[in-house]
Ligand binder design. Structure first.
Ligand code: PGA
Length: 246
């Protein structure tokens, strides 16, 4: 049985004060949820504040990015050790916004995933096709390339996958549950080629305009094991409803 995994991705939103306000409202609301892994991913600047408030609770913390070197002269970058130090258990890697706006390639991301895992940081690894790639019939090739390239020489421990069709991110257009299931099944088949039966234990999250009113039908699909939520995770009551999707 794969335990549901629901993560917020706050992107470049929320100051430390706004982060504290969110967490103070959110924690009591989800205190009784014991059958879902719940994760918040604030920006770097709010990680320390969030880490303190989430300590010992049923909500885990994630960073949104990191660099693969352990330390050194890399102005503006953050290492896995620094993220762990703030109480963060996860890091999101491979998000389409990182691929698209910051030119992160499969090879580069593979170095980050390996560095995160070597340091003991769990990874939420994102993959997904653009609308052009889908329309031109390249969707499956792209997903396969992202899985094989990004996860080369990485084992399944501490790994969560997020399938996020780029055309559904922040657009209000959600993949239908059927489209999500089709892609998730394909992703799991690719993972099976790499990991064998262990692929059946890996959680594959869906991301792209997940909201309180569509999460239940997405989660009902056999290969959809959770959600990575952007816009609808910014308000405590909205994210609470998603976490309580049942
Ligand atoms: P969205 O973002 O929920 O705002 O579409 C999802 C994501 O980018 O992880």
């Amino acid at each position: 049985m794969r335990r549901p995994f629901i993560s917020a991705n706050w992107k470049m939103y929320k100051t430390t004060g706004e982060t504290r306000d969110f967490i103070n409202a959110f924690l009591p609301a989800v205190k009784s949820v014991s059958d879902v892994d719940i994760v918040l991913a604030p920006p770097f600047t709010s990680l320390a504040a969030a880490g303190e408030l989430l300590k010992g609770t049923n909500v885990d913390l994630s960073a949104q990015n990191m660099y693969f070197e352990a330390e050194g002269a890399y102005t503006g970058e953050i290492s896995a050790k620094m993220i762990l130090d703030l109480g963060s258990k996860y890091v999101i890697l491979g998000h389409s916004e990182r691929r698209q706006y910051f030119g992160e390639t499969d090879e580069f991301l593979n170095k980050k995933v390996k560095a995160a895992r070597a340091a003991g940081l769990s990874v939420i690894f994102c993959i997904g096709e653009t609308l052009d790639e889908r329309n031109s019939g390249k969707m499956f090739d792209i997903i396969k390339r992202q899985v094989v390239g990004g996860l080369k020489d990485v084992d399944t421990n501490g790994l969560v996958i997020a399938y996020e069709p780029v055309w559904a991110i922040g657009t209000g257009v959600t993949a239908t549950p059927e489209q999500a299931q089709e892609a998730h099944k394909f992703v799991r088949d690719q993972l099976r080629n790499v990991y064998g039966d262990k692929a059946d234990d890996l959680r594959i999250l869906y991301g792209g305009s997940v909201k309180p009113d569509n999460v239940k039908e997405l989660m009902a699909k056999p290969d959809v094991d959770g959600a990575l939520v952007g816009g609808a995770s910014l308000k405590p009551d909205s994210f609470e409803k998603i976490v309580k999707f049942r």
